[in-house]
Design a protein around this ligand. Structure first.
Ligand code: CA2
Length: 146
């Protein structure tokens, strides 16, 4: 059994209530529950955390280094494209992480094509909506079993 941590960044708490044409109509709580259930089926525990604040996201990543987390799944939202602080935190804790995006960022504005996290990630899943989180849990299981 490994402990996995799912982190969601800014505005992802709005899922299901706004812009369903881009982000779908599934609330974050349902996405988290489905990912946790997938993790449990694979014998893992999934902790979930969402914040709209960069510093809180950094602090949760730092805490993961000391709480037994084996791997982080992260959708950093817009901070993906801007945050050197999140990149530095992920680099500092040296835990493997998988980057997830609901939308296909490469089919959207050019500023979304650059991620400050991807080159440090074990892998990146984009464009599959909520399914991407379950795929990320399966990929995490594979990584931890390898
Ligand atoms: O596709 C993704 O998962 C993104 O990480 C979502 C971010 C966006 O800035 C990234 O470029 C790609 C935005 C999350 C905003 O979530 C909302 C959800 C519902 C309504 C409005 C925003």
């Amino acid at each position: 059994m490994s402990r996995l941590l799912l982190i969601n960044g800014p505005n992802l708490n709005l899922l299901g209530s706004r812009e369903p044409q881009i982000y779908g109509d599934t609330p974050l709580t349902r996405i988290e529950a489905a990912a946790a259930s997938e993790a449990a089926q694979l014998g893992h525990q999934l902790d979930c955390f969402q914040s709209n604040h960069e510093g809180e996201l950094v602090e949760r990543i730092q805490a993961a280094a000391a709480d037994g987390t084996a791997l982080i799944l992260i959708n950093a939202g817009a901070y993906t494209h801007t945050s050197v602080a999140l990149r530095d935190a992920l680099s500092a804790v040296a835990l493997p992480f998988i980057e997830v995006h609901l939308s296909n960022v490469y089919a959207r504005e050019t500023f979304r094509h650059r991620s400050l996290l991807s080159d440090l990630a074990a892998g990146v899943i984009v464009g599959f909506g909520p399914l991407g989180y379950r795929l990320a849990v399966i990929a995490a299981h594979q990584q931890l079993s390898a």
